[in-house]
Write a protein that binds this ligand. Structure first.
Ligand code: F6P
Length: 359
C-alpha cells in the first residue's frame, strides 16, 4: 500500500533514538540531521527517546558542525530509553504540547518495532514521523538489514574466535548464547562465520541428537575444539545444551553468554553506510510529505513501508498474528506479506543447510 504524500514546508524537526542502542545509530542521527540542516531546517536532537519529548529534554542544532566526529562512535549520542509514559494519554498530551511550543513539525525515530509503534502514535496525533530501523537483532521483517546488525555480528564472531582459541588448547567445547531477542539472525550468521559445529535458532527446529552425533564423529576424526552457537530466543536452552553435550560426548563443555558486549564497539563500514543511506532518505521522505512509514532496504534498494504494514508483516513472520488480524488483511496484503515471510524463512533455511554441510 502506498502512503499519500504532499510536499511539505518544514521549519524544525526532531530526531530521537529509542529502545536498545545499536552501533551506527550515531551515523543515522548525523545523516538525518545534516540532510535536514542542508535544506534550511533546524533540528532538535531529543535525549532519551520518547521520554525526551515528554520532558522537553532536547538540544537545538543550527549547524552541521555541531554533529562532528560521531559517525565512528558506538552507542547513541542522544541516549535512549524504553518509555512507558509515552503510551499514556497524559504522556502523549505533553509530547504534543512540547512539539507545538517548539514548532516541531516532523520527527525521525530510530529504533526497533517498539519505536515504530511510538512513531505511528505520533503520526496519528498530527506529527509526521518516520522510523529508521536501528537494532542489532535484524528482526524488522520489512527490511533486509537493520543498523547495528553487522557490527554486532562482527563483535560476536570475534568473541567466539577468542573462545575457539582456548577450546583448541584445552580440547573443549563452548556453547555460546548470542543476542537477537526472538530472532536467530545473529546466531545463524555468526555460527557460520565462526565454523560452529551446530547452530540452534528459534525459526528452524533443532535436532539435538544429530548435533551431538556430529560432535562425536568430529572428535573421532581428530577435532579438538567445538563451537555451538545458540540464539537467546531459545530461552535458557544454551546452558542446558552445554550440560547435555558434556554428558553425552565426554567433552568438557563451557557455556558463555555474550550479552550486551554485542551492543557496543565501533560501527562497521556496512553499518555506517547503511545508517547514512537510511538517515538521508528519511529526510527526503519527510520533505515529500510522507509520514507513518519506516525506511527499509530490500534487495539493495532503499524504499519504505507503512508502519502498520511493517508491524503486521512482523507479527506474521514471528507467528504472533491473530486469526482476526489475518482475516482483516486484503488479498493484496496477504500476498506480499506471505511472500516476504516465505522469502526470509527460505533464506534462513538456505544458510542453515549450508552451515550443517560445512562444519
Ligand atoms: O533489541 C536489542 C537487544 O539487545 C536484544 O538482543 C536483547 O534481547 C535486548 O535488547 C536486551 O535488552 P536490554 O538492553 O533492555 O537488556
Amino acid at each position: 500500500m502506498s502512503t499519500p504524500s504532499t510536499p511539505k514546508k518544514l521549519r524544525r524537526i526532531a530526531i530521537l533514538t529509542s529502545g536498545g542502542d545499536a552501533p551506527g545509530m550515531n551515523a543515522a542521527i548525523r545523516a538525518a540531521a545534516r540532510a535536514a540542516l542542508d535544506r534550511g531546517v533546524e533540528v532538535y536532537g531529543v535525549y532519551e527517546g520518547y521520554q525526551g519529548l515528554i520532558d522537553a529534554n532536547m538540544k537545538l542544532y543550527k549547524s552541521p558542525r555541531e554533529l562532528c566526529n560521531i559517525i565512528n562512535k558506538s552507542g547513541t549520542y542522544l541516549y535512549t530509553a524504553r518509555c512507558e509514559a509515552f503510551k499514556t494519554p497524559e504522556g502523549m498530551a505533553k509530547v504534543i504540547e512540547n512539539c507545538k511550543r517548539r514548532r516541531i513539525d516532523g520527527v525521525i525515530a530510530i529504533g526497533g518495532d517498539g519505536t515504530f509503534r511510538g512513531a505511528t502514535d505520533l503520526s496519528k496525533h498530527g506529527i509526521p514521523t518516520i522510523g529508521i530501523p536501528g537494532t542489532i537483532d535484524n528482526d524488522i521483517t520489512s527490511t533486509d538489514v537493520t543498523i547495528g546488525f553487522d557490527t554486532a555480528m562482527n563483535t560476536a564472531m570475534n568473541m567466539i574466535d577468542n573462545l575457539r582459541d582456548t577450546c583448541e588448547s584445552h580440547a573443549r567445547c563452548n556453547v555460546i548464547e548470542v543476542m537477537g531477542r526472538w530472532s536467530g539472525n545473529i546466531a545463524l550468521r555468526t555460527g557460520i562465520a565462526s565454523g560452529a559445529s551446530a547452530i540452534a535458532i528459534p525459526e528452524i527446529p533443532f535436532d539435538e541428537d544429530a548435533a551431538i552425533q556430529k560432535i562425536i564423529a568430529q572428535k573421532e576424526q581428530g577435532k579438538r575444539s567445538f563451537i555451538v552457537v545458540v540464539s537467546e530466543g531459545l530461552v535458557g536452552y544454551a546452558e542446558k545444551l552445554a550440560k547435555t553435550i558434556q554428558e553425552k560426548t565426554a567433552i568438557e563443555t563451557k557455556f558463555a553468554r555474550l550479552a550486551h558486549i554485542q551492543r557496543g564497539g565501533k560501527p562497521t563500514l556496512q553499518d555506517r553506510l547503511l545508517a547514512s543511506e537510511l538517515g538521508y532518505t528519511a529526510i527526503q521522505y519527510l520533505f515529500e510529505g510522507k509520514s507513518d512509514i519506516v525506511v527499509c532496504k530490500e534487495d539493495g534498494k532503499i524504499g519504505y513501508k507503512n508502519i502498520s504494514d511493517a508491524l503486521l508483516v512482523d507479527r506474521m513472520f514471528k507467528k504472533k498474528m491473530t486469526e482476526e488480524e489475518y482475516a482483516a488483511l486484503s488479498a493484496e496484503d496477504k500476498e506480499w506479506m506471505e511472500a516476504r515471510c516465505a522469502k526470509l524463512l527460505a533464506d534462513m533455511q538456505r544458510l542453515y543447510d549450508i552451515a550443517n554441510n560445512i562444519c
